[in-house]
Design a protein around this ligand. Sequence first.
Ligand SMILES: Cc1ncc(COP(=O)(O)O)c(C=O)c1O
Length: 411
Amino acid sequence: MAKRKPTRFLKEEYKQIQKEGREWVHRKLETPSVPNVIVEGKELLMLCSNNYLNLSNHPHLRKRAIEAVEKYGAGSGSVRAIAGNMVIHEEWEQKHAEFKEQEAAIVFMSGFIANEGAIPPLVRRDDFIISDELNHGSIIDGVRLTKAKRSIYKHNDMGELEARLKEAEKEDPNCEKRILVLTDGVFSMDGDMSLLDEIQKLCQEYGAMIFVDDAHGDGVLGRDKKGKGIVDHFGLQGKVQVEMNTYSKAMGVVGGSITGSKDLINFLRNTARSYLLSGSPPPAIAGAAIGSLEVLNPNSEYFEPVVAKLLDNCEYFKKEIVNIGFSHPITAAAAKCPTAIVPVICGENETAKKMSDRLMEEGIFALPIMFPMVPRGTSRIRVMMNTGLTKEHLDLSLGKFEDIGRELKIF
Ligand SMILES: Cc1ncc(COP(=O)(O)O)c(C=O)c1O
């Protein structure tokens, strides 16, 4: 018998995770993801879903999903490049590109998979990747799959970004290598925005490509409350080479996308391994995703002003949460951004955990984000705003935050 115990580590490491309070306890939803949700038998007000525009249970999206299943079936049967390219996939991509006001789009099964698939082919061995320190894990994993030289710049620090660009230029005076700058559009833990306009200027100066992951800006940011995302917010269409989006958040479905030039999309269709080697999205997903674009399209008969309502809720909740006393600089900075993420800083892990437990007892579903996911001392409740929340919902939850915040001596 071999001395080695092939799977003993599983139980041991899981126990350690539990001991350190790092276990993700999975709560069971008994209803669709809506503002008044039932979780394990208890009616709660949902404040932690990414379903910002309240579209996941929208009748139009449900209808589109059902129609797609009736027409195309439950599955696609193959990868896109072999036999899994359905009319509905191309329609989704075309509508997505139109929404983004870009030349072309490619869809993936999720945003995570889009990042993992699209980043590696853009750089070769010894090209340069320069990445914001707070970028999402899926960007980090995408970068890990490359053989490029990697460097990190301090969050949103344009001086450091320029220094990294200068270093790359110095190493490559003949401009033979590629430089890829990666940033989230909206940072998922802090709810602040990237300085995409400044990043774009710097990248233009140094001949670098920009890749922006707009998972949390899509359906939220953008001019005239149209929710077209951070690129539109800064009016940078055509100047940001690679834009990544997800349908798992504001759009209420699931799926990732990359938009940009036709050249970019043709290139990725033939090089992104997570696209080429993975089954294409089931028709229901494509149908529902198209439905979400229709709800957001002012020229469509299904249009609803869901973005405007979301932005009103964000502004109100963020202003009031700071007024109540949650005035930590991270919370205050997020309050200045028109994003749907509200990091309510509580301090140490125990305080954030207690805050979440007490909120749950009081009928609010809002989970803690703790060290090591965020820096020590900034453990928080990450509130996610939603179009479907009424003023009464917001006031009720603000009242609970205030009472429990005092109880736990956060302010
Ligand atoms: C910034 C960011 N990028 C990418 C993703 C992954 O998106 P998806 O849920 O579509 O896989 C997330 C999801 O948490 C995210 O927050």
